[in-house]
Design a protein around this ligand. Structure first.
Ligand code: T4K
Length: 370
């Protein structure tokens, strides 16, 4: 039996990619916002229905440079149930993360618990669209507006999604995307931001290129966050196939749902109304008593059969060695804590055959004795 990983990248044909990069051998232009960069950025603006997109080398730099561009000081309210990148971006900007619990159904930041965490030091909210679930953007936006706060969405899992016909890129002050190989849409490594305020966008562009304004002036303490031409070319190719790839993911998602519905102790991710899904991940929450096996037992059983699921996201950020006892205890976010103990993300990628989905589902059921 071959190994089945939690994900595998969508890729264009070898020939399509070679044709896309052929010109680079003549131009010898490989980085610093060349022709492919420009073309990919324009194509993304078209897909996202905005002219506010800037590319980045990865999703992490999108977050880190966005916070830097906003020039914030103080506390940022966020969720501990996320990838390390979200919290590191806050801390590496000299800001203090304040952990808000998540909402039990979407596992995104719980807007109802947000207001009680506000202090005079709060400067921003950094909610995470998780697995393809969107945050309550109406409520979060209203709280931010009432309190004069910036909103930066971590949309690493939400590229191509829409809410009520509007791209996720249209919400908040900034939305950050990841185009990492493991994401539903990839440019090998890469990311992008959608920034509403043109002045902040200008700051961001400078920060992405060492803070350089022109050949003889360096204005800001920037970094190198530029996407290279080979990645931009990969993004351009993959973007041509995004609709087909999303359709394939939808079929896989549906098949899992058919196979795994109504199993005692197993909760599936509810698909939100009025959301155009990208089917980024297929998480299940396991109640060990009802199911008959713990999340970790299921993980090991699957592994023994060459199925490599992941525990996205365990541990909570508040439990990391580098953050423990610094920004609040895991018990202060009980819903997130419970999710991190019970979540298992099953393999999900466009080329996963439906027979393999059936095999994984069967194995999963058996792991709990069902
Ligand atoms: N915010 C959130 C909420 C995020 O989830 C992420 C990234 C970010 C921000 C930051 O975005 P980036 O800076 O990464 O663009 C992976 C990814 O590296 C990371 O992008 C992702 N989230 C996170 C959830 O997952 P790992 O350490 O779990 O990945 P890894 O290398 O174990 O890969 C998982 C599986 O994917 C492998 O078992 C096999 C397959 N794979 C992986 C790669 C890299 C491939 O088939 N081909 C590949 O090239 O972190």
């Amino acid at each position: 039996m071959e190994n089945i990983f939690v994900t595998r990248p969508s890729m264009p044909s070898y020939e399509e990619y070679c044709a896309e990069i052929r010109g680079l051998w003549e131009s010898k232009w490989l980085s610093n916002c060349g022709e492919k960069h420009q073309a990919f950025q324009e194509a993304l603006c078209h897909v996202l229905g905005t002219d506010q997109v800037e590319l980045t080398v990865n999703g992490h730099m999108a977050l880190e440079l966005s916070l830097a561009a906003l020039n914030l000081r103080g506390e940022v309210i966020t969720t501990p149930f996320t990838f390390a990148s979200t919290i590191h971006a806050i801390v590496r900007n000299g800001l203090t993360p304040v952990f808000c619990d998540v909402e039990p159904s979407t596992l995104t930041l719980d807007a109802k618990k947000l207001e009680r965490l506000l202090t005079e030091r709060t400067c921003a909210i950094l909610p995470v669209h998780l697995y393809g679930n969107l945050c309550d953007m109406d409520k979060i936006g209203a709280i931010a507006q009432r309190n004069g706060l910036k909103v930066v969405y971590d949309g690493a899992h939400a590229f191509y999604e829409e809410w009520k016909g509007k791209s996720v890129a249209a919400f908040g002050d900034i939305t950050c995307f990841s185009f990492h190989a493991t994401k539903p849409f990839n440019s090998a490594e890469g990311g992008a931001v959608s920034i509403r305020d043109p002045e902040i966008r200008e700051q961001f562009v400078m920060l992405r290129d060492f803070g350089i304004r022109d050949a003889e002036s360096v204005k800001l303490v920037g970094a190198n966050g530029k996407m290279n031409e080979l990645s931009a070319a990969m993004g351009l190719c993959n973007l041509r196939h995004i609709e087909d790839e999303t359709k394939k993911r939808e079929h896989i998602d549906q098949r899992y749902r058919e196979n795994l519905q109504n199993i005692p102790g197993v909760s599936l991710r509810p698909l939100q109304a009025e959301v155009r899904q990208n089917y980024a991940y297929f998480p299940v929450l396991i109640d060990a008593e009802l199911f008959g096996a713990t999340r970790d037992q299921v993980f090991e059983t699957m592994k023994a059969h060459h199925i490599f699921c992941r525990k996205y996201f365990y541990p909570l950020a508040s439990e990391y060695g580098c953050y423990r006892d610094r920004f609040g205890a895991p018990e202060e976010t009980p819903v997130a804590l419970s999710a991190s103990r019970s979540v298992l993300t099953l393999p999900m990628y466009a080329d996963l055959p439906l027979e393999t989905v059936d095999y994984i589902s069967e194995l999963f059921r058996k792991a709990g004795g069902k």
